[in-house]
Design a binder for this molecule. Sequence first.
Ligand code: HEM
Length: 497
Amino acid sequence: MLLIISFIIPLFIFLFFHTLFHQKLRYCSCEICHAYLTSSWRNDFVNLGDWYAHLLRRSPTSTIKVHVLNSVVTANPSNVEHMLKTRFHNYPKGKQFSVILGDLLGRGIFNSDGDTWRFQRKLASLELGSVSVRVFAHEIVKTEIETRLIPVLNSFSTEPGSVLDLQDVFRRFSFDTISKLSFGFDPNCLRFPFPTSEFAVAFDTASTLSAKRALAPFPLLWKVKRMFKIGSEKELKESINVINRLAGDLIKQRRLTGLTNKNNDLISRFMAVVAEDDDKYLRDIVVSFLLAGRDTVAAGLTGFFWLLTRHPKMENRIREELDRVMGPGFDSFTASCGEMREMHYLHAALYESMRLYPPVQFDSKFALNDDVLADGTRVTGGTRVTYHPYAMGRMSRIWGPDYEEFKPERWLDKEGKFRSENPVKYPIFQAGARVCVGKEMAIMEMKSIAVAMIKKFETRVKGGSTETLRFAPGLTATVNGGLPVLIQERKAEGVFN
Ligand code: HEM
């Protein structure tokens, strides 16, 4: 009791005022802030992103302010160009971001600026761009498809009426893949009957709880919980401990065998240039890769297959393309990199699905100094500036009046060849100096999975498809309730008829 009176209460009061002072918490009763604070936006919208998209469409500059969060949100490509390219140095991740994600990501690329970021960026671009790592990544994906994905899908397709959660399958696939690429370690998550991987569970918990920190309107609460190691912060700490223990073991193992065995995994490559006594830094580097490459790919594929089941005509066009490039029949289901380069319609369909369902729905930076955005919006130093790819995909100013339609054709030229878009209009992989370094690998992985599944199976969302996807809060888009499907092997036409 004495401890509470003499220590905890004064500490709480100090932290409260400290937060008020430093984070400029403010009350605001404007329409947007009121709806945010009372969650009344939920009366009209399923997802926070849909509400933001509505507000941004209504704004003449495609930019709004959320005063209570000290935040500017924009869907204006000129502003995106301004923050990610023209005035890149004024929009770092910032201290605010690194406090939220520091426990999980440490000094990893996702959580760093300046020289620490530049060093990892240079090495990561070099490694992911090298032919040997690309071939290695393609081999990993091909093996995962042949030895795990197809057997799992086959076994579900032979059990009439059995339901498979495709989102879960894609997450297992991409976790196996990115773990093999990053650590040379196989967590074997996609092996039927879907074992629970301690590593994957710890990783899920840690990223969900870290994201909750980022969304908290009163950060003081999680900071106090962290200080006293209670509640969600205790859980976060425990899951980070599991990640640290497993990563530490893998790094030790690699130190013994890695450099002599010419491994292509990223940790062996980074080990050659990071100081021998800095295993913590190595751990941070690789954990950022796991986060970057896991849920993003799974989220992209979940949105893609949900859209395909609603658009059988587009699915058939993809099948025609696969038959033309790979030959007809259902037996060959993995494509070479050369064959995939010829699949322009599939490429366009993937880009179009990520326009509507971006794996990273919004991304924030923190302004260093006062600035004026390209559309004239004033920004003071310390303001969080968010560009919003989910809302940007829903702007008629960017995509025309048919922006709501799933239309792969908008990505094709007159000859039917894929035509890319300016990344400031389509910042799905971000743009500028920090554009995603795993983009090529992600597209290769998504295309390979799409080819195998579309060529060999018919999928239907169980119970028909709902009108909208409902997302859970998190660092990457996660569909609440997953994507439950019925799946059938294609032996003859119209298996679901
Ligand atoms: C569809 C899949 C993917 C999407 C949509 C995506 C999107 C993004 C976005 C939006 C960022 C910027 C994040 C930020 O700065 O806050 C980013 C950065 C990054 N991505 Fe990806 N990503 C995908 C897959 C991957 C994969 C498979 C890898 C690894 C092999 C990867 C590695 C990275 C890394 C290392 C960064 C940090 C770059 C930097 O800060 O310089 N990504 N990605």
